[in-house]
Design a protein around this ligand. Structure first.
Ligand code: NAP
Length: 582
């Protein structure tokens, strides 16, 4: 069926929902939506319709709309706010159909046709008497809690309803994997279809709607005016994700972690893709992790293997962050029956043929061989996945980024004593990479056992590290190392210890001139460590420098284009500066 007024047949529209309380205010919101680039607005009349006179006002609102619209009056039984009776709603629909300036669409819930069996014939009669501009019906189903167990039955019922011109299916995505089902619904649509995953796991379905031929996607005017959980703002949709350029072939990248909502990476990578004119989009990709590490690993594995097995998604690369960096290495090892080669300098190849004990279905084993690089294997942490035509590579760009910052600050890695504060994921990776580069590393950690565990792991590596890792307590920090690296979370402006310095304030004045202080934590403003270091006139390295270098290395690895590192740095700095104070 053709839909009147679509700009071009393949284009996915943007609709901004407006919860109408007052017609005048709704019209100015609609004008703003139009200015910001929306194609449609959806007037949510749930709280506006309460009596016959309000129907008149709704008809005037639609007639005065500066932009084509959807009229919706969502009842409480479908997650909306309309509490009136069905006969008034039916009168609203009939009057809107007969209006001189009708809305482009009227949205009616699938359940309304079950509750009122005569509804379809009433609407059909009204349409028969309407003019050429008669609205077409979006018939919708919503579940704000979960994926409905009877989804297939409901879709079959939708398909039986002849009066539906557009199908809308919206439910709360339980994980990223639910997006794949929504894409499948779009691929197998028999009419123009809106398929929306609500909640933070569903953002992908909203942003990638054009890739799979979705009829429209919803976007809010501002953060505070979303009408469904997970709705992006129209600015983010158009400027951050470049929605208008997304098409069936657009490559998909993203950051996997938990949480990832406030990650800088989508801002930095999308800006780089735009600058380099690459047809790609980069998304936050949350994969839930809880107390149970086995469960977190199971979620990562199931999600990544499903996303990678979907050829039409064109997933080309992932940044992987807390708490999945170790899980990524475990997954890479599990994808192969062969242990990683032990060379420090070359990527180790993990054979990709199915192991004797494992099965090779998409959910357990991917089709392509996985290659795990030596650093990730030795540090047991990786932050980058790259899809190549014939294999998947797992690499670590954190440590090379940190080492290049130190090198540039004049630290001779092969002959230096370096203190690393923190033996968590980043601390362990840096300690091992530094020892591999020949440094003598003192590794301090609040929980000393963790520092011992890293030192033991470093000592048992084969081939051995040219340098070494010595565990020390936080109150045993040496006074004359070439560099001090903070890899704890102390000083993080969004964390509980924003004002804490991992080094004793009294120790910093003792450090010789030329000492390098490196804070891997990047924060809005200066961290306490670097503030003290700058006062003392020491050489300071900001965590943002490391972040931008690791992101630039990912970009280069994924695209084979030189990374616009200057632009990436500016975007990251601006984004950090715009974050609200903790
Ligand atoms: P992690 O695995 O959770 O480790 C956290 C570390 O902080 C552990 O050593 C922990 O010590 C220590 N810590 C936490 N609270 C502490 C406290 N109150 N007092 C003393 N030590 C405390 O995290 P991660 O992945 O290693 O990340 C660490 C930091 O690196 C993050 O905050 C992040 O900002 C930064 N980072 C920067 C980049 C970049 O590109 N610049 C990249 C990744 C991470 P315990 O073992 O005793 O708990």
């Amino acid at each position: 069926p053709t839909i009147a007024g679509r700009k071009s047949p393949g284009m996915t529209l943007i609709a901004v929902p407006i919860m109408v309380q007052d017609a005048h205010a709704a019209l100015s919101e609609a004008a703003l939506a139009k200015d910001l680039g929306s194609d449609l607005v959806e007037y949510r009349l749930d709280e506006f319709i309460s009596e016959a006179e309000s129907i008149e006002a709704a008809i005037s609102l639609v007639a005065d709309s500066p932009i084509p619209c959807i009229a919706t009056c969502r009842p409480t039984w479908e997650g909306g706010h309309y509490e009136g009776d069905e006969s008034l709603r039916q009168e609203l629909f009939e009057r809107l159909i007969a209006a001189d300036h009708p809305p482009r669409h009227i949205d009616i819930e699938l359940a309304a046709f079950d509750r009122t069996p005569a509804l379809e014939s009433v609407l059909r009669d009204a349409l028969a008497n309407a003019g050429d501009l008669a609205p077409s019906f979006i018939v919708s189903m919503h579940d704000f809690e979960t994926r409905p167990a009877d989804l297939t039955r409901r879709i079959l019922r939708l398909r039986e309803l002849d009066i539906a011109r557009v199908h809308k299916i919206a439910y709360r995505a339980r994980s990223l994997r639910d997006n794949l089902e929504l894409f499948e619904l779009l691929a197998t649509r028999d009419k123009p279809t809106i398929a929306v995953g609500m909640g933070e796991f569903g953002l992908m379905s909203r942003v990638l709607a054009p890739k799979f031929g979705g009829y429209l996607t919803f976007a809010s005017l501002r953060e505070s005016s979303t009408t469904a959980p997970g709705q992006p703002t129209i600015r983010d949709l158009l400027d951050l994700y470049r929605f208008r350029s997304i098409n069936a072939k657009t490559q998909v990248f993203g950051v996997v972690g938990w949480p990832v909502t406030h990650s800088l990476s989508p801002h930095v990578h999308n800006a780089a893709f735009e600058h380099a004119n690459i047809d790609a989009v980069y998304l936050p990709l949350p994969i839930a992790a809880g107390e149970d590490p086995d469960q977190s690993y199971a979620s990562l594995k199931a999600t990544l293997l499903d996303l990678l097995a979907n050829p039409s998604l064109h997933l080309q690369g992932l940044s992987v962050t807390l708490p999945h960096k170790e899980n990524l290495v475990t997954l890479a090892r599990e994808q192969s029956p062969v242990a990683p080669a032990s060379s420090r300098s070359h990527e180790s190849v993990l054979a990709g043929t199915p192991s004797a004990e494992g099965d090779s279905s998409a959910a357990t084993k991917s089709q392509r061989p996985w290659h795990l690089d030596a650093l990730s294997a030795r540090a047991n942490a990786a932050n980058t996945l790259t899809v190549h035509p014939d294999h998947i590579s797992i690499t670590n760009t954190d440590a090379p980024a940190a080492l290049s910052c130190l090198h540039e600050a004049g630290v001779e890695l092969a002959s230096s004593n370096i203190t690393v504060l923190g033996a968590g994921g980043v601390g362990r990776t840096l300690a091992i990479a530094l020892a591999d580069a020949g440094a003598q590393v003192s590794l301090a950690n609040r929980t000393i056992e963790r520092a011992h565990a890293v030192a033991n792991a470093a000592a048992s590596l084969d081939p051995p590290c040219p340098g070494s890792v010595h565990p020390i307590a936080m109150d045993e920090i040496p006074n004359n190392d070439a560099a001090y690296i903070n890899a704890t979370s102390l000083g993080l402006s969004s964390g509980p210890n924003a004002d804490k310095n991992p080094l004793e304030e009294s120790q910093i004045p003792e450090l010789p001139p030329g000492t390098v202080l490196f804070d891997t934590v990047y924060s809005k403003g200066q961290t306490p460590l670097l503030e003290a270091g700058n006062k003392r006139g020491l050489r300071c390295i900001k965590g943002l420098d490391m972040f931008v270098r690791q992101a630039a290395a990912q970009f280069q690895g994924w695209t084979k284009h030189p990374a616009p590192a200057g632009l990436m740095g500016r975007v990251a700095t601006e984004r950090l500066a715009s974050e609200p104070d903790a």
